[in-house]
Structure formats: structure tokens, C-alpha cells
Design a binder for this molecule. Structure first.
Ligand code: SF4
Length: 334
């Protein structure tokens, strides 16, 4: 039941009371150890806020984030402080979207990657250099890059430095927030392969946040779809791509870009009327109802809860009755 609401200072056009942006609104889900769970949805759906709230970049409005630590203790990330929070931040690390903005241009690679190790373990000198060189090797960078600064690297290489920094303390859970979206397509593929290899080698669990569904298909065990601060579907990756259960998922799948121009005439687009709802004043009932071609009276009144349908979780009143198209019927080679 995680919530992250940002309170706005001034009343908005939508409400005279102090309004708030309901970026994450009563979201409940599990991340299973060793899996890659991807979180997808359009800009503003709350996926980045959810990742940042788990990382405690922002304070939690309400709810719990229960995490089982390597020593077996179950802690609430949302309420942890002091030594416990420090210990959590060794095990739970983040890879950021922007490899340029997330690296300090005045620090060389040794300091960028080595800082968390120096602070957590007090390592310095040759021992620290060896550890950083080893990490650079793991992400496909040469050890002699140690003394170089971020500006000397390409975007893909900078993201590898960010990944090396995230791995520096042997984390267990990595939150990757749009980790490849700023990269060229060919570099995206390389970086995704690297993340998959590192996951195997280090036994990592990934929460992978992305807006591009075609990126997540090949690396995810399960995919969760968010719309206006709520999770609307969560299921195994192939099931989501071939048998979506939520009308919004179907529309997202139909918008996946097709690389081969000859195939574009065969695709079927599910066009949604209107705009994405405002998280300040979301529609009543199912927030998707103004755009949904299946909406009925109950959809306008009652918010659907996530429930099990056909082995996956879906928040739709009519999920059992709908026949929705997956990527094959939509003509999308995702
Ligand atoms: Fe559409 Fe109703 Fe399902 Fe919402 S609950 S997705 S409006 S059918």
C-alpha cells in the first residue's frame, strides 16, 4: 500500500484545497529474489517516483517497503534510519538514467567508483585501485581508465561507469531507472546484455524502470504496468506481450516501434482518445475509464483492485470478459 503524494504549495485549477500529485497511489507488489521485474508506463505514470521512493530519495507518504536483508532481518525501507538505512543502501543500489548528469565531472573514475567503497569499507591506496580496476573490468572498461574524467568517455561508457559504481558494494537489489533510454539503440543492446551478464555473475535482483516496452521484453522475468500512479497489470513477460489483460497494456503494446518499414502497414494501432489523466485530480473509479473503449458504469464509480486473472495480476473490472490483442495480432515485432 505504498503512497507517494507530492503536496503542491498553491491550490491548482482543479481544486481549492491544498492539492497533491498522487505520483504513487496505493501500490502493492513483490519483487522476487533473483528476478528482473520491469516497471513500464508513459512519462508521469509514477514509475520513477516509485523507484525513488524505494531508494528513499523521497520520503514515503504512507505504506511499507519490506526488504529481507542478507542477514535475514526484515526491515521497512520506508521507515529505516541511521545504521539500518546505511546497511540497506549497501545492499540496494541505483543506476540512474542520465549517465552525464549522474557522474560528477570533477571526479575521476577512481573516485566516482571508489567513493562508496572508501566510505563503507575504509579502503584506500592500492587496495582501492585494485578493487575499482576489477569493477571496471566487469563492466567492460579498461583498468587504465582509472584516472580519466567523465568527459573523456562516450555515453555508453559513462553508463558503464555508473553501473560499476552501483555494483561497488556487492548489492543484492539494483533499481535501474531508465538506465538505457539515453543511449543509442546499438549501445542500448550492449548495455542490456551487460546487465543480464552481471545479474548472473553477481546473483542480482533488478527493478528495471523503462518507458519502452521493446527494451524490457528480453531482460524481464515479469513486467508491471503503471497508469496514473497505480499498477494496472503485473504478469510474466511473455504472457504480458502475447495475452495482455488490461486495455491500457494492449494500447502500450500497439505503440511499440517497428524497425522494419515493410511491416508497418500490417500493424494495428490501438489509439486512445484524450490525454493521460492528471495525477492531481485523477478520474473517479478506474482512472483509465475516460480512454477505455470497454468502460461501463461500474468503471466510473469503483476503482478496480489488482486481482489474479489467468495467472497474472490485473486491475480491471472486466478482465475476464475482454479479448485483447498481443504483439502477434497487433503486427508488432517487439
Ligand atoms: Fe476499462 Fe473498466 Fe477495465 Fe478500467 S476497469 S480498464 S475502464 S474496462
Amino acid at each position: 500500500h505504498l503512497k507517494k503524494h507530492y503536496h503542491l504549495k498553491k491550490p491548482s485549477l482543479f481544486s481549492a484545497a491544498q492539492p497533491s500529485v498522487k505520483a504513487v497511489d496505493d501500490v502493492s507488489f513483490d519483487i522476487l529474489e533473483g528476478e528482473t521485474l520491469s516497471l513500464v508506463g508513459e512519462s508521469g505514470c509514477g514509475k520513477t517516483s516509485l523507484g525513488q521512493t524505494i531508494m528513499r530519495v523521497h520520503a514515503v507518504t504512507s505504506g511499507e517497503v519490506l526488504y529481507r536483508m542478507s542477514d535475514g532481518r526484515e526491515v521497512d525501507l520506508a521507515a529505516a534510519s541511521g545504521k539500518t538505512l546505511k546497511a540497506i543502501h549497501r545492499e540496494v543500489r541505483m543506476i540512474f538514467q542520465d549517465p552525464n548528469g549522474s557522474l560528477n565531472p570533477r571526479m575521476n573514475v577512481r573516485d566516482i567508483v571508489g567513493e562508496p567503497i572508501r566510505m563503507a569499507e575504509g579502503l584506500s591506496g592500492r587496495a582501492l585501485d585494485d578493487r575499482v580496476s576489477d569493477l571496471l573490468g566487469k563492466v567492460g572498461l579498461r583498468p587504465e581508465y582509472l584516472t580519466r574524467y567523465p568527459h573523456a568517455f562516450s555515453g555508453g561508457e559513462r553508463q558503464r561507469i555508473g553501473i560499476a559504481r552501483a555494483l561497488a558494494l556487492n548489492p543484492r537489489l539494483v533499481v535501474a531507472d531508465e538506465a538505457v533510454s539515453a543511449l543509442d539503440v546499438s549501445i542500448q543492446a550492449q548495455t542490456l546484455n551487460l546487465l543480464a551478464d552481471l545479474k548472473e555473475e553477481f546473483g542480482l535482483t533488478f527493478l528495471f524502470i523503462a518507458h519502452d516496452l521493446s527494451v524490457v521484453r528480453h531482460i524481464s522475468d515479469r513486467v508491471a504496468v503503471m497508469y496514473v500512479g497505480r499498477m494496472v497489470e503485473l504478469t510474466e513477460t511473455e504472457a504480458l506481450f502475447t495475452r495482455p489483460r488490461h486495455p491500457y497494456t494492449e494500447a502500450l503494446l500497439s505503440a511499440v516501434p517497428i524497425p522494419d518499414p515493410r511491416m508497418r502497414s500490417k500493424r494495428r494501432r490501438v489509439r486512445l482518445p484524450g490525454e493521460v489523466a492528471s495525477p492531481i485530480n485523477p478520474p473517479s473509479g478506474c482512472a483509465f475509464h475516460p480512454r477505455c473503449r470497454f468502460a461501463s458504469e461500474i468503471c466510473k464509480i469503483e476503482a478496480p483492485q489488482l486481482r489474479t486473472v489467468d495467472g497474472g495480476l490485473v486491475a480491471c473490472h472486466h478482465a475476464e470478459d475482454l479479448t485483447l490483442d498481443g504483439v502477434d495480432s497487433l503486427g508488432v515485432a517487439a
